[in-house]
Design a protein around this ligand. Sequence first.
Ligand SMILES: [Fe+2]
Ligand SMILES: [Fe+2]
Length: 283
Amino acid sequence: MNRPRSTPVPLDDSDLRRSALAALGESEPGAKIAAVEALHDRYRAGRAVCLPEVSLEEPPGLPGRPAKPELVEPRSLRHRGMQTEAGRAVLLHAIAHIEFNAINLALDAIWRFAGMPDAFYADWLRVAAEEARHFGLLQARLLEFGHCYGDFPAHDGLWDMCARTRDDVLARIALVPRTLEARGLDASPPIRARLVQAGDEASAAILDVILRDEIGHVRIGNHWFRYLCDQRGLEPHATYARLSETYRAPRLRGPFNFDARREAGFDEVELAALAAHDPSAAL
Ligand SMILES: [Fe+2]
Ligand SMILES: [Fe+2]
């Protein structure tokens, strides 16, 4: 529901975008997840409204995150085998960190970018709620291994791309959901296979839930990327290439999960361009 511009912005929790900003500022994972779930429930029950035209000012200290994990250079992170529980705990922790960042990325899209249709904000709220669920599943599994989020170092690559694209919703959508989240679609099957090989069906089942939802997130990214290209009179393929270059997007490397990417709304031209980078590809 849109309100006219002259309506005062409510200071209570009935404003979807302001509440998303508050949740983004929460440091403790439990508090952040509770804030996202409560907001998702309020919005679906019609007890929170969307005010797309309101520009909100960025407070200091975003995103809220706990003192641990320690953030380090990606190169300094050690990879361990998955045959041991300790090795799998490191892997699950790395994925939990991605999910924690993904909650923040979805919340950031809601509060930061004014002037989009209501459906844009509703989509990213759903994504935030699903990312919170993914984080919760991984955190519970980590606890079964005697660990919790924060026990191992992590890197900050996801939020870094979020920060670089803070000024342009088109760049954000091109490079976060359509590039970084889409890479998760490719990464999932080989990791899942190694977990199954190690006999860890419980962790593999969590990856199944995540992959199914992530296809939806990338699909949302593709939808809004095309919407914005349409609105600005831009050709999507050339625009994506230009944005990848401008914002130094990570180079995509195969093997690619073509089925998941197709389901997520990449078109045949885009899939063929990926296949050209992957000699083993069968479209
Ligand atoms: Fe996720
Ligand atoms: Fe996601």
